[in-house]
Design a binder for this molecule. Structure first.
Ligand code: NAI
Length: 343
């Protein structure tokens, strides 16, 4: 009986994994730049499980060979290739549909995301130059902080190279949505899977604005709850930085969130017509040139920027939106100035 139950269990588990063993008709190539890092490794694992991926290209300046060898033993359809150092960067981008960039240094306690600017700005500039030269048509997902500045840097680099397509450049803010959904569900005793909170603005401190009044399913919050949840969502990254006490920032929840954004992009590329995610993109929703909001994703990238979420804001949200704009604008300008200085 024990043997029977083990066989049944194994069959059930295998059945679950069969899904991943069957490649879909269309499958895509994904590259991770910074793949050996805290985010890069679990992100690579999650992407390796996607039935929409045919090849996973892992690039880093060090330690990527072992990560790739390890991952390549998972019996899921995608092929895993490793690329080490600048000499192999171009090859890592060959024929790639989606490039995810988590390369760079993370925060330590007491640091803001902007403190990372000097190091990460250069890393993102160099990597995006290579993207422009080798796979200019790919979706580009920027994770490296400060996202509010690194995305405008990427845009400038792509413009300088004559290949900027604003519909395909994304700052990854999915983790803010993931956190908002989790915290709201916990606070309101809702089923997690059902909760969706749009988070707009940017990806640092007060520029992270969860629109709690637009939560689905519709829920009501007291003023105290709004204040408490908003502040917690804005500081959730710092909560992790402090808990890790010098060992870095969010990596596992970030990998989960980034994998969700990659999967959504792949579904859009595959022709799914109902794909919506929040992302920090070039936007005319407000007077700030880059702004995170819900966007509809399609084969060509951003198909529509959803303006409805910014209508009918509560007084608290409207005030917070106005209050963030100068900081967001300054971070964008800083990125643009950095990129233009390099010309
Ligand atoms: P990590 O230090 O563990 O990994 C970074 C990786 O980047 C390392 O493997 C390193 O070798 C690699 N790297 C450095 N320079 C490179 C270059 N020029 N080319 C390619 N790879 C290079 O850091 P972690 O924790 O993975 O964080 C990465 C970035 O993601 C940080 O900037 C962090 O602030 C950001 N982040 C963004 C979040 C978001 O919501 N957008 C959330 C959490 C972190």
């Amino acid at each position: 009986a024990l043997r029977k139950s083990i066989i049944a269990k194994t069959a059930k588990q295998n059945h679950k994994f069969e899904y991943h063993l069957q490649p879909r008709a269309s499958a895509f190539k994904v590259a991770i730049l910074g793949a050996a890092g805290g985010i890069g490794q679990p992100l690579a694992l999650l992407i390796k499980m996607s039935p929409l991926v045919s090849a996973l290209h892992l690039y880093d300046i060090a330690n990527v060979k072992g990560v790739a060898a390890d991952l390549s033993h998972c019996n899921t359809p995608s092929e895993v290739l490793d690329f080490t150092g600048p000499a192999e960067l171009a090859k890592s981008l060959n024929g790639v549909d989606v490039v995810v960039i988590p390369a760079g240094v993370p925060r330590k306690p007491g640091m803001t995301r902007d403190d990372l600017f000097n190091i990460n700005a250069n890393i993102v500039r160099t990597l995006v130059e290579a993207v422009a030269d080798n796979c200019p048509d790919a979706f580009i997902h920027i994770i490296s902080n400060p996202v509010n500045s690194t995305v405008p840097i990427a845009a400038e680099v792509l413009k300088q190279k004559g290949v900027y397509n604003p519909k395909k450049l994304f700052g990854v803010t999915t983790l803010d949505v993931v956190r908002a959904n989790t915290f709201v569900a916990q606070k309101k005793n809702l089923k997690l899977i059902d909760v969706d909170v749009p988070v707009v603005g940017g990806h640092a401190g007060i520029t992270i604005l969860p629109l709690l009044s637009k939560t689905k399913p519709s829920v009501s919050f007291t003023d105290e709850e709004v204040e408490e949840l908003t502040v917690r969502i804005q500081n959730a990254g710092t909560e992790v930085v402090e808990a890790k006490a010098g060992a870095g920032s969010a990596t596992l929840s970030m990998a989960y969130a980034a994998a969700r954004f990659v999967e959504s992009s792949l579904r859009a590329l595959d022709g799914d017509s109902d794909v919506y995610e929040c992302s920090f993109v070039q936007s005319d929703l407000t007077e700030v040139p880059f702004f995170a909001s819900r966007v509809k994703l399609g084969r060509k990238g951003v198909e529509a920027i959803i303006s409805a979420d910014l209508q009918g804001l509560t007084e608290y949200e409207a005030k917070a939106l106005e209050a963030m704009k100068p900081e967001l604008k300054a971070s964008i300008d800083k990125g643009v100035a950095f990129a233009q200085k390099q010309m």
